[in-house]
Ligand binder design. Structure first.
Ligand code: NAD
Length: 324
């Protein structure tokens, strides 16, 4: 399922949760990868995780077993930027902090050729803001990956105010080579497409919780069995078409919309848990509490599930991969 080795050299900056998966995705598709992180511990952890992910690509993703055996020969780990010089595409995935990201771009800009695309994996910082200090803002684009980055098809590309058409096309072509389905967000709005819609849903889930209409388990169970079924084959708009169409939904919407939360304030349960330092499965505290074993089980379950969805998508919606 993977492309042949292609000799193209790319760089991934930041080897945290997302960066490791991004590096695995490039490696799985035959690229030579320069992986940069300032932390030696992160490099060590990334190497361990990469070995696991390359195994998954072969065992669960049907990739050529060769990629599991020879990826290390195409992988260069670095703590500084000197080896990015001849990279033709760079993905930045460092800590979500403007100053940190800008310092990385300053270093990259001094070394890269003028034609190299720089893609940022920011979740929420406006691309246009990150373009302000760039020498060549036209080559700069948002590339929003999702976890697990090596196995999902998800990718949003975000056009900043100064992103050129050429850059967007190069990024879209790269996305397709990586087995993604690039979804282009033509304007640099908070949350882009998916998080924007997601946050509207999270707010209402918290509203239902706070109003005492249902507890967390009930809300999650209902969503898993309803959205969890249809959202993996169609989006909300096709779902409307499949179940009555706009005419029917328009009537229901008129009744439901006035009762939905449209508050711009943080919902109280979220505010309280955040103030208590709840970091979900990372520290075992969130809307539920987790033992380390439970946290691990949920992580594993989600990762396995991502491969099952990938398999189903390959069957229902075969990708038209190109080598543009
Ligand atoms: N976590 C998610 O689910 C998710 C999803 C999509 C996008 N993102 C975005 O991806 C980016 C990375 O997120 P993450 O969850 O992987 O973060 P993380 O904290 O796990 O990893 C960040 C990495 O960046 C490294 N780093 C920081 N400053 C650096 C520098 N100057 N030079 C080199 N390396 C540096 C850190 O050592 C660390 O390994 C963020 O912008 C985040 O918003 C995250």
């Amino acid at each position: 399922m993977s492309d042949q080795s292609n000799n193209q050299r790319v760089a991934v900056v930041g080897l945290g949760l997302l960066g490791r998966g991004i590096a695995a995705c490039f490696l799985g598709h035959g690229f030579n990868v320069v992986a940069i992180d300032r932390s030696q511990e992160q490099h060590a952890e990334a190497r361990k995780q990469l070995a696991i992910m390359m195994g998954e690509l072969v065992e669960l993703g049907g990739f050529n077993p060769q990629v599991r055996d020879e990826w290390t020969t195409r992988y260069t780990a670095a703590t500084d930027f000197s080896s990015v010089k001849d990279c033709s595409f760079v993905v930045e995935s460092v800590t979500e902090d403007i100053a940190t990201k800008e310092a990385v771009f300053d270093s990259l800009e001094n070394l890269l050729s003028a034609t190299t695309v720089i893609a940022t994996n920011t979740s929420a910082i406006p691309i246009s803001q990150l373009q302000l200090r760039r020498k060549i803002p036209a080559r700069f684009v948002g590339m929003h990956w999702a976890e697990p980055a090596h196995s999902t098809r998800f990718m949003e590309l975000i056009r900043g105010e100064k992103t050129s058409d050429e850059t967007l096309q190069t990024a879209a072509a790269m996305a397709r080579r990586l087995g993604k389905e690039p979804c282009i967000c033509q304007k640099d709005i908070p949350g882009f497409i998916v998080n924007r819609i997601g946050y509207a849903m999270y707010r209402e889930a918290l509203n239902v919780l706070q109003s005492g209409l249902a507890d967390a388990e009930t809300i999650d169970c209902a969503m898993r069995n309803a959205f969890g079924l249809w959202a993996s084959v169609c989006g909300p708009l096709r779902w409307i078409d499949l179940t009555g169409g706009p005419e029917l939904y328009a009537k229901a919407m008129q009744h439901v919309l006035p009762s939905l939360s449209n508050s711009a304030k943080l919902p109280a349960p979220m505010q309280q848990l955040a103030a208590e330092g709840a970091r979900g499965i990372t520290n075992g505290r969130g809307f539920y509490s987790y033992t380390p074993e439970e946290a691990h089980r949920w992580e594993e379950l989600y990762r396995r599930h991502a491969w099952r969805v990938a398999e189903m998508h390959n069957q229902y919606f075969p990708l038209n991969k190109t080598n543009e």
